[in-house]
Design a protein around this ligand. Structure first.
Ligand code: ADP
Ligand code: MG
Ligand code: MG
Length: 888
């Protein structure tokens, strides 16, 4: 027969050291605390298996449970010497829910169960405190009516308020025994009125009512919603804990409190908490009275008068502090604790690993490893890599006031303030004059890149988490709020309105890319701290990781940032961004508008020195490290103007007639540019473009090698290859350029030619493609797009629904679709290696900075991941954790 009831306390622990799956988190930790000799009021846990059975049997209990529960009650009676329902000296219990993970939506706790019109009198007599007994009874009726009978709690609160006012009292501690007695009568008549029956007087009915309510709450709407949002399986079930009451409301030597063993917001190794004298249960957090500080130091820092627990109850406090230390050593983690003091005697009511900010997580992990409490590997494993995001960017000063205009999507973390501008050119112009600007657009496109770079932050009205604005901003480390749908932007009039308020160009705006908040005016920010604990943890992570971490970067500034964050090379340097710069766009357009190869070459000759200069700067920062450069990828029409108004100006600058420009623009127009004339297809049509780029790369590499002695290792990457032949043709162009440059300069540099794998066909034909390509870089943005047949730019409209319905577990553009796209990557890696065992393999999509995707890269043995500069530390930590998991 299955056992459902597990006793704890008084030297007994049926559940041993506490199994959370069976006993729930609260029950397991109560059993564990009891088993290591801490003062825990005795009790028992009805297991989560009972919850499952309860639903299998149509919300009924098996008969065997009655006997088991009776046995559990007898256990508590034996230890306390009190009897449940005894009119002379009654045992009171609490009934507490407790799932495996803490879960709002579950039934609230009922305290003081076992009180009725008779036992309350006995309680008053044995405690010698009539006020305490009636206070407990009124609390019990109120809680039971609310959480078990589900009656309108407003009526009870109202009655309490009236009782206080009638007596001219402000605090509930001012009420006397007689006041409480009257209130109990009042409460009972409210129950009769709302429930149609008298308040249950039989203590066993009370108990089974509460137990049933806990199991019933597992399927409440609130609980179901919470489970869905947090991916908690519905069949886990909750446990029920029944535990002897201890009383913090027995006068001035009694108290109740909550504490953390370290400061959960800073991680400082100082006890942190609050307590209230003569109070019960949740009074501390409910704000009934202002709680007092736990430690004297905290009280003094806050400049508060009321005594701290350290001062008011020095002996009990000392005992509590030693329990804190013991629990930390036992659980080897910071603990979140509930305790009660009954007439100077300390009781522990709960412990669990405490929630903490990213900053605290970092500090606690490093401190604990330094103290030898945990190993360095454990410290590395404990910090959530995604949480580092919060630490790497400036954040808003939490104390500063803010005037929130609206909220969009938290697209790229960090906070920034600046003057509002509505187009990229203005952003660039004003930024060059040293002004901080926020670029506000309906949505962004590749033409806006220079403005996004110049801006401190980006705000868009349209577009999701993987919109152009979001992806590019994350890449650049610029804060971004996207999809702020309530903004009505009028770029021509240079203003926007939101919620009836108007903001004009030049007005100061603050955005918080971590929360999506948009605020009027400047809100001060706090700078991140990259040395100290952060640096230490990163060092430890580097000692365990196998995967190399590179960065996706194309400007010297981003390269620097990435190096500072620990990047070990560049995994993706996109060259098209260099073409958009205002000084070059005219030559680019001349190249596109040229009628023949001769004309194109003339324009390319003008671009060559500029492109070479770009690479020199990048190679200098990345001296001695591999730099993967992707040759031109986007369709050419992206470089031509889209607005009628711009045509004349552009035609003139490029030295062509406006008709020629219009004709060429319409020739280049594509219905589906993503699958159009782009990637290596450009190189196949116009080899001279790739030739110029290759030449610029090799000339720059030699120049840096000569100057600094540390030659970079260029890895020339051909985009959007589907077939072996494409790569063969393009590699020949690159090799020829290399040979020509080497001959001219009289020296060589090491280099590789490889390809991006971003089309399913390329993944499948990897065996043949590896005959030519010396490395593969998985371009998972396009590979996801082409494998799923889902356009990244249009997906926002329906992907949310797909994730809600569980079709994809997460947004496949954010976290790799391991099942599908991952299988293709695995196939390509395997087939590529079959041909070329030492082929270099890496990943360079957005996924290179996503911990789950990085874990996958580790399992299939890729050589490196490449992430945007600000995600480099996240990738380093995630790679270390993946390596640790691999070791088991
Ligand atoms: P929650 O999960 O909401 O914290 P708990 O079951 O921990 O719910 O209980 C709510 C409050 O009641 C807490 O302050 C807790 O310490 C207190 N409490 C629970 N059981 C007892 C008990 N047996 N004696 C005294 N206080 C208790
Ligand atoms: Mg609790
Ligand atoms: Mg691509």
């Amino acid at each position: 027969m299955t056992q459902y009831v597990y006793r704890f306390g008084g030297g007994v622990s049926d559940g041993g050291r506490g199994d959370k799956n069976l006993l729930g988190g609260k029950g397991a930790n109560l059993a564990e605390m009891a088993s290591i000799g801490l003062p825990v009021p005795p009790g028992f846990t009805i297991s989560t298996e009972m919850c499952t059975r309860y639903y299998e049997e149509g919300q009924a209990f098996p008969d065997s449970l009655r006997a088991e529960v009776a046995n559990g009650i007898a256990h508590i009676e034996g230890i306390t010497g009190k009897r449940f329902g005894d009119a002379a000296d009654p045992l009171l219990v609490s009934v507490r829910s407790g799932a495996r993970v803490s879960m709002p939506g579950m039934m609230d706790t009922v305290l003081n169960l076992g009180l009725n019109d008779e036992t309350v009198v006995g309680l008053a007599t044995v405690s010698g405190d009539e006020r305490f007994a009636w206070d407990s009874y009124r609390r019990f009726i109120q809680m039971y009516s609310d959480v078990v009978l589900e009656l309108d709690h407003g009526r009870f609160e109202e009655a309490l308020e009236i009782a206080k006012e009638d007596n001219g009292h402000y605090l509930d501690t001012d009420l006397t025994a007689d006041d409480w007695k009257r209130l109990v009568d009042e409460y009972k008549s409210i129950v009769q009125e709302l429930w149609g029956k008298p308040f249950p007087q039989d203590v066993h009915d009370q108990l089974w009512g509460a137990v049933g309510a806990v199991f019933g709450s597992w399927q409440s709407e609130r609980a179901k919603v919470y489970r869905k949002l947090n991916n908690i399986p519905g069949d886990w079930g909750t446990a029920v804990n029944v535990q002897a009451m201890v009383f913090g409301n027995m006068g001035d030597t009694s108290a109740t409190g909550v504490a953390f063993t370290r400061d959960p917001s800073t991680g400082d190794a100082a006890y942190y908490g609050e307590f209230l004298i003569n109070a019960q249960g949740e009074d501390v957090v409910a704000g009934i009275r202002t709680p007092q500080y736990l430690t004297r130091a905290a009280r003094e820092t806050a400049g508060a008068k009321p005594m701290s627990m350290e001062e008011a109850m020095p002996e009990t406090y000392a005992e509590l502090a030693s329990v804190f230390d013991l629990l930390e050593r036992h659980y080897r983690d910071m603990q979140d604790i509930e305790f009660t003091v009954e007439r100077a005697k300390l009781w522990m009511l709960q412990t669990r690993s405490g929630k903490r900010t990213a900053k605290a997580a970092l500090k606690i992990a490093v401190d604990m490893a330094n103290d030898g409490l945990i190993t360095r590997e454990e410290a590395v494993a404990r910090v959530d890599p995604s949480a580092l995001d919060q630490l790497l960017h400036p954040t808003l000063d939490p104390a500063a006031p803010r005037d929130v205009l609206t909220k969009g999507l938290p697209a790229s973390p960090g906070a920034a303030s600046g003057a509002v501008v509505f187009d990229a050119d203005t952003a660039e112009r004003r930024a060059e004059l040293g002004e901080a600007v926020i670029l506000v657009r309906i949505e962004t496109s590749p033409e806006d890149i220079h403005g996004m770079h110049a801006a401190r932050g980006i705000l868009t009205a349209r577009g999701g988490m993987t919109s152009h604005a979001a992806v590019v901003a994350r890449g650049m480390g610029r804060p971004c709020v996207s999809g702020a749908g309530t903004l009505s932007i009028n770029p021509r009039e240079r203003r926007f309105t939101v919620g009836g308020r108007e903001v004009r160009e030049g007005d100061i705006l603050t955005i918080d890319g971590a929360t999506g908040e948009v605020m009027l005016g400047a809100v001060p920010t706090v700078q991140p701290e990259l040395a100290g604990d952060f640096g230490t943890l990163m060092e430890w992570a580097d000692q365990v990781r196998r995967l190399k971490v590179r960065t996706n970067a194309e400007t010297p500034l981003d390269c620097r940032t990435a190096r500072d964050f620990g990047a070990e090379g560049i995994g993706l340097c996109r060259t098209e961004h260099m073409f958009f710069e205002s000084s070059r766009i005219t030559s680019v357009r001349q190249m596109i508008l040229a009628e023949d190869e001769k004309g194109r070459r003339a324009a390319l000759d003008k671009l060559l020195p500029e492109q070479r200069a770009d690479f020199i700067e990048i190679f200098e920062v990345m001296a001695g490290l591999p730099v993967t450069i992707r040759l031109l990828d986007p369709p050419l029409h992206e470089f031509l103007p889209h607005e009628e108004a711009e045509f004349a100006e552009v035609a003139e600058a490029a030295g062509v007639g406006i008709e020629t420009l219009k004709r060429r623009a319409s020739e280049l127009h594509e219905v589906n540019p993503m699958l159009g004339h782009r990637g290596c297809r450009l190189g196949v049509s116009y080899p001279e473009i790739y030739e110029m780029q290759a030449r610029a790369i090799f000339e720059a590499a030699i120049e840096v090698a000569v100057k600094s002695g540390a030659a970079p290792i260029p890895e020339v990457m051909i985009p959007l290859v589907a077939t072996r032949r494409e790569l063969e043709l393009m590699k020949a162009v690159v090799d020829q350029a290399a040979q020509a440059v080497f001959a001219e300069k009289g020296r060589t540099v090491e280099y590789l030619v490889g390809t991006m794998i971003e089309l399913p066909r390329a993944a499948l034909k990897a065996r043949e493609i590896a005959e030519i390509g010396e490395f593969f870089s998985f371009g998972t943005n396009d590979l996801t797009q082409t494998t799923l047949g889902v356009s990244r730019d249009d997906a926002a409209r329906f992907l949310g629904t797909y994730v809600d319905k569980g079709i994809y577990a997460r947004d496949p553009f954010v976290s790799l679709d391991i099942e599908g796209v991952g299988e293709l990557i695995e196939i390509a890696a395997e087939r590529g290696r079959a041909t070329r065992p030492d082929i270099k393999l890496g990943i360079c999509g957005e996924h290179g900075g996503d911990p789950a995707s990085i874990a996958f890269c580790e399992t299939i043995g890729l050589d490196y991941v490449s992430a945007s500069p600000y995600r480099v530390p996240i990738a380093r930590l995630a790679a270390a954790q993946a390596a640790l998991k691999g070791r088991g």
